[in-house]
Design a protein around this ligand. Structure first.
Ligand code: ATP
Length: 356
């Protein structure tokens, strides 16, 4: 296992062309589970391929612990890899497929047997170990691929490129949890590319959120949820994403369409100094209904959807659309929904970046 260090890493596919990856400096801890999350074209695969050695970066270095692997080919890097589509030997048994990376490294058969059974047990493949891989479902084949990526204990890291793409939707949930458990047991350094926030948030200790070749934030799922460093992170993570309102700052208030909303004084100060385009951000679930005698904002309600655990209100605050998650819709009066933005949940952004 190794920690992964990206030193002033950047990539242009063609000299003088656009940067597929903007210059970045990151350290990913040994034994951590990292998800690279972002929309199509943001550079996730480019970054993963640079770590695996399939692409040579045009600038900067990649370190695995103290080893500089920047110019090494994938097979010299000592990594496990799992791709979108199953990579298995159809004519071999499931056991032999899982054993392949170990036998390739000349491990003894006792160890191979112990290790294969351990991984098969984790992934629910014990029953099919003797079967030929080509007779199995697409889901089982991808589990074999996952097993082959995870079977070696001596790898620097295991890299996953959207590994659940071919998995049946109702099994995805199960396999996401399974991968999380596998990580807790094996303590390998894992890097997992996905554009699906649920996959990233279930799998990872730390999520690396990317947009247009840049890493916008690296944080725990809770940090990304509670303090998105960039408006895109707030918008992209959460369902629906964070509400944003153009605002000015007046004293310790954000002013949205003439409404004065109290905010953290230090944050108001920092926003005033930062200048630029100011926005107030708040999560739909962190807006609360106001008590009868409380100073409140009134949301004009357009739509209420019953989503089982909660109700999702879509409405307007002045010119701005707003989403509010409610426990009970009867709080909506004839004028609309009276709400409070708790000061600790209202964040200020200057030119899309969190202030303070
Ligand atoms: P997706 O989820 O669609 O795979 P991604 O986030 O993985 O997207 P990349 O595939 O890394 O993004 O692409 C990042 C940028 O680099 C995009 O603008 C893409 O068009 C460009 N790009 C990717 N591969 C190449 C290549 N081989 N040659 C030139 N440009 C490329």
């Amino acid at each position: 296992m190794a920690r992964i260090e990206l030193n002033n890493l950047a990539h242009q596919y063609a000299p003088g062309g656009d940067y597929a990856l903007q210059p970045m400096q990151h350290v990913w801890e040994d034994g951590g589970a990292y998800a690279l999350l972002g929309p199509s074209g943001c550079g996730k695969t480019t970054l993963l391929n640079i770590i695996s050695g399939l692409v040579q970066p045009s600038e900067g270095r990649v370190m695995f612990g103290d080893r500089d692997v920047t110019t090494l080919a994938p097979e010299q890097r000592n990594i496990g890899q799992v791709f979108q589509f199953p990579v298995i030997y159809d004519t071999m048994s499931v056991f032999d497929n899982l054993a392949f990376p170990l036998r390739n490294r000349k491990h003894g058969e006792d160890y191979v047997e112990r290790r294969v059974k351990h991984i098969a047990g984790m992934l629910g493949l014990e029953e099919v170990l003797k079967r030929r891989a080509n007779n199995l479902t697409a889901d089982a084949k991808q589990k074999i691929s996952l097993g082959r990526g995870l079977v070696r204990e001596d790898v620097a890291a295991v890299l996953f490129d959207e590994p659940l793409t071919v998995i049946d939707p109702h099994l995805k949930w199960q396999l996401r949890r399974k991968l999380r458990e596998v990580h807790e047991q094996l303590n390998l350094t894992l890097v997992y590319v996905t554009h699906d926030q649920t996959e990233a948030l279930t799998f990872a200790d730390k999520v690396v959120v990317m947009l247009a070749g840049q890493v916008l934030q690296v944080g725990t799922p809770q940090e990304l949820f509670e303090r998105p460093a960039h408006t895109f992170v707030g918008y992209f993570i959460g369902s629906p994403g964070m509400n944003f309102f153009d605002c000015q700052v007046d004293g310790h208030h954000a002013v949205v369409d003439g409404e004065h909303i109290p905010v953290d004084p230090a944050m108001a100060e920092a926003a005033r100094s930062a200048g630029g385009k100011l926005q107030l951000g708040i999560r739909p679930g962190l807006i609360r209904p106001a008590a009868a005698d409380e100073t409140a904002l009134t949301v004009k309600v357009d739509k209420v959807e019953d989503l089982g655990d909660y109700e999702l209100v879509t409405g307007h605050l002045g010119q701005h659309q707003v989403h509010v998650r409610l426990e009970e819709s009867e709080k909506i009066g004839s004028e609309g929904l009276r709400v409070v933005f708790p000061t600790e949940n209202a964040l200020l952004y200057a030119d899309d970046k969190l202030v303070g």
